[in-house]
Design a protein around this ligand. Sequence first.
Ligand code: SF4
Length: 650
Amino acid sequence: MPYGYTGKILRIDLNSKKVTIDTNDEVWYRTYWGGAAMAAWYMLKEMEAGIDPLGPDNMLLFMNSPIVGAPLPGLSRMVVCAKSPLTGGFGESQAGGFWAPELKKAGWDGLIITGKADSPMYLMIKDDQIEFKDAGHLWGLETAEAQTKIREENGDDRIRVAQIGPSGEKMVRFSSIVNDLNHVAGRTGLGAVMGSKNLRAIAVRGTQDIQIKDPEVVKEKAKWFAQNFMDNPQGRDLHLIGTSVFVAPQNELGILPTKNFCDGSFEGADSISGETMTETILKKREGCYACPVRCKRVVAIEEGPYKVDPTYGGPEYETLGALGCYLQISDLAAVAKGAEMCNKYGLDTISTGGVLAFAMECYEKGILTKEDTDGIEMTWGNGAALVEMIEKINKREGFGDILAEGSMRAAKKIGKGAEKYAIHVKGQEVPAHEPRGKGMLGITYSVSELGAEHTRVEHDTDFDFTAPEIWLEQAKSLGLLRRLPTETIDEDKVRMYYYLQHHFSMLDVLGCCLFTFAPVRTFTMADLVDMTSAITGWETSLWELMKAGERRWNMARAFNIREGFTKDDDWLPERLFEPLQTGALKGKGIIKSELREAIDLYYQMCNWTEDAVPTKAKLVELDLKWISDKMGEYVINGKKLRESGNIPHL
Ligand code: SF4
């Protein structure tokens, strides 16, 4: 086994309380590397198509890579996968923090959880000791209370806890998995999967050293990063202001999604900007394992109607966008309160903002009235409504029970034309980046296997005519040699998207934080290759690592095809084709024919059929022939792919 890995994956069946260990050979590890690629292998091999994501047949997988846990900035991502209860397709979410390195130090490359416990429980993993512990006394507690109890009753305050909150227990479809209270795997509703298994938390304590082939190289890279990250424009901004630094420029460019994606700018943006947060309620900066950037915020409010507990950190850009701009709420205290509630209840802030914006627009249009919303006035800008409705979603109480299903299902239930106001792709609410002003976001929201997701590609603004020279310089090693305008969705943009998707997928497979790596951030492509070689002892290359990224998204695509997704699902909500009503891009909507051409061209670049199915040639090229052998049996629109006639290669 190469360095970096432990060679062991822990498998826990909650039905039988049986613990086993999976071992795989070096070829397997070097093919799938880590994260969602390893998870997808298990999901495709072991999970039946069509299972209920909230039933016991779903699998919940936490997968490390060989480099996670090495003492270097950005190597701390917790990668969680399962079939998503929000989209019904491949579910994946990531968070930084300390939990994933701790799992590695406990001796595990990953964790596979199957079945369902017959009563609430949590897992205590201390190195190779695995205990199933009763969680009856934790059920219903906020995340901080539960974490404190777990640490106290196990007598160790260095235990790292990944857990769901009350929302996950109630299987709110956009529940998150929270580690260390402020590092949140929020997307695709995987907290609900954990709740469906009666699993409140996974507590980990590891005491073993991670084996690294060449520790001197690692030490040198860490030292160099600490000395240089403040020279990178974004490294500096992330440290000083945090991700909330993006609020002001996005507003100025007219790409700050506002009022449920009607507007591209928000009058109240200054009141909730990163700069305002820094000057008013910021208490300190925090970060992840071994990372000096410390881009996480800790805020506190002690007076007024919205007291905010610093235990839960502070709002990031996406949260300010979703709980602020989507709802036109300019009261920073109310937004910070909403962020605190999402972390203590275990809710994804993006989807929470998305469902509330949906409800507010339905309320404005008269589709919902005060009687429907339990007496809460769901009016734009209403901070009190934000707080009250989060409380109801968390408890699945009254109208909150409808919103807890996510905007797609809520709209179907409400009817009366409400579907028009549910801004989602494949069932997942759209993040706070406006695709009418960022062409690659329009493509990625459409084609991502996870539904609308903003972390599949660097954003267009990073390569436009105002972007710092260093970012363009660093992108050259990916073959991206020219600046492109932000809003376009043309052939050049598709190529840029295709290349950058490899790159981001590679970072995800390796469990790397996007905020520490080129082209936009401090570590270069060469650094990534050098550190991966130094940690594992494998002489790797950018080619090999980017292929691993490509393998991962083809596997996720195959999973979705098996679940019945078709090219029709690779499309945006109608709202995003409508003209923006305010801001620098007022009047701009995505042109359907341009998006259609871009997506079709993307399929061709991927070597997928016009029906968005990976060809046998592509799967064989990615060493995934075992998927192509099965794919002919997948049933879409009532027909096996092998019999559909227009996919002869199968
Ligand atoms: S840049 Fe921020 S999110 Fe990324 S590892 Fe460092 S502290 Fe964590």
